[in-house]
Each structure stands twice: as C-alpha cells, then as structure tokens.
Design a protein around this ligand. Structure first.
Ligand code: PAF
Length: 256
C-alpha cells in the first residue's frame, strides 16, 4: 500500500496502478470494522481502492471534539494494508485547504433539518471537504456508510447537482453483536454508558414498528440518555441522535 500525503503523489501512485476502475472510501480515521466493510465493498466494485484519512476541521463547530477526535494513523494504516488497499491518502490541512477555506460550496436541501438543526455548520463542512477530496482522488465510485444517512443523501445530491459523474454507494450499517452501530466515537463511551448506547438501535427499531417517535424519545431519556436531539422519520427511515454524557450517537433503521 502506498501512502500519499500530497495530491501530486496521489496522482503518481494512481498512474502506477494503471487502467481500471477506482473506488474510494473517505474517512476521518480511527478505523473500525465498519470502515473495513466499506473497503471490502469498494474492492467488489472496482479494480483499485483508495482510502483517505483526514479529520476535517470545517465540519466541527468550535465547541465540538475536533481536538480530541481519535487520531491513530499507524494503526489505521496497518488495518488498511491487511485489507490490501492500494493507496492511503493522508493529506494535511494545507493540502486540502490551500486557499484558507475561501472558496466554498453549500450543501443542498437534503441537509435541511435533523443534523443541521443541531450542527448547523456540519453539512457545509462535509460537502466542502468531500468535493475537494473528490477532485483530488477522481474516483469512479465512492462508498459511504448508511449510518450517516443524511450525510449520504447530501453527498448524492451534491454529486448530482455538480455533475461530478461519480457513482455513490451507501453501504449497510455495521453493528456489534448487540446491534450498536459501529462508530469511531464509541471509543468515548465508558463501561457504564456502553449498555445504554446499545439500546439506541433497539428503541429505534421499536419506533419503526409503532410509528410512535415521541414514545421513543421518552424511552431513550428513561434508560439513561442525557439528551435526545431527535427521533424522526424521513427517507423511509427512522433516524435518531442522542447524547450520553459528552458522546453524541446517531443511528437509523428502515421504517416498517
Ligand atoms: O463520515 C465521515 O467520516 C466524514 O464526514 C467524511 C465523509 C469523511 C468527510 O469528512
């Protein structure tokens, strides 16, 4: 696996791989089995696989966890090497934002409500970095996890609106044996918080059956979640976001 830190190196390594289809998995690192399932899907869809690790400052508000976001490049690189990824792209901030974040694009209406109500900066940050990463990587296909379901819709809309010509694939949510959606932020959960976190998907599934979103919010608070940002229905999914201490968890399940 080649490690590229600049766009020039990335282009050189791509050329060395020659002809064929390129699949791309953008990540912020702290990789887990969920990311590896995206890489495995990428391998099925293309001849060559590129993964990037970049903790994108523009999608974090000043009070959020940008500084403390887990960074573990060596461990991540070892995991990707084992998955036989062709290129790992690890740009720094000046590579991705050479213009000092001057030129920006805005997320489309898929970004309205839900996450944006609570993290108004988030999707503009995401579309700005993902579009820049797409221009750098120039993939044929890109894979995103369905855990961030609204993010997936925002990216699909951006690619269509900007005629980017990249196929976007949403990969199924990877879960632990209890059903907890895998997330890098699960690393923040204490031993006491973990069993509570594991109820989020259970309560969303119940809400998918009953359609009672208010009851789901009350149940989450009742079992120990400190705050519920939303339990909502959209895109034929029941989506939820809730806080346990300093950790914000999101998940979604299919409506029934
Ligand atoms: O889902 C993520 O990990 C990030 O939002 C992404 C798509 C890599 C953009 O920074």
């Amino acid at each position: 696996m080649k490690i590229a830190r600049t766009i020039e190196d990335l282009s050189t390594y791509k050329k060395e791989l020659g002809e064929g289809k390129f699949a791309y998995v953008p990540t912020m690192g702290a990789l887990h089995e969920g990311h590896l399932s995206l890489v495995q899907l990428a391998k099925e869809k293309a001849d060559h696989v590129i993964v990037s690790i970049f903790v994108n400052p523009t999608q974090f508000a000043p009070h959020e966890d940008f500084d403390s976001y887990p960074r573990m490049e060596e461990k991540d690189a070892r995991m990707l090497e084992e998955e036989e990824v062709d290129i790992l792209f690890v740009p720094n901030e000046s590579v991705m934002y050479p213009d000092g974040k001057n030129s920006t694009i805005k997320a489309g209406d898929a970004a309205e409500g839900l996450e944006t109500t609570f993290r108004p900066h988030f999707f503009d940050g995401v579309v700005n970095i993902v579009s820049r990463l797409f221009w750098a990587v120039k993939p044929d296909v890109a894979i995103f996890g369905q855990k961030d379901f609204q993010q997936l819709q925002v990216i699909i809309q951006m690619v269509e609106d900007q005629n980017m010509g990249i196929e976007i694939i949403g990969a199924p949510i990877a879960r632990d044996e209890s059903g907890l959606a895998l997330s890098s932020r699960n690393l923040y959960l204490s031993a006491e918080e973990l069993p509570i976190a594991r109820q989020l998907n259970v309560i969303l599934r119940e809400a998918a059956k009953t359609g009672n979103l208010e009851e789901a919010e009350q149940k989450l608070l009742g079992i120990g979640f400190d705050k519920v940002d939303y339990v909502a229905s959209r895109w034929n999914r029941i989506l939820g976001a809730a806080w346990l201490g300093k950790t914000r968890l999101i998940d979604n399940v299919a409506s029934e």
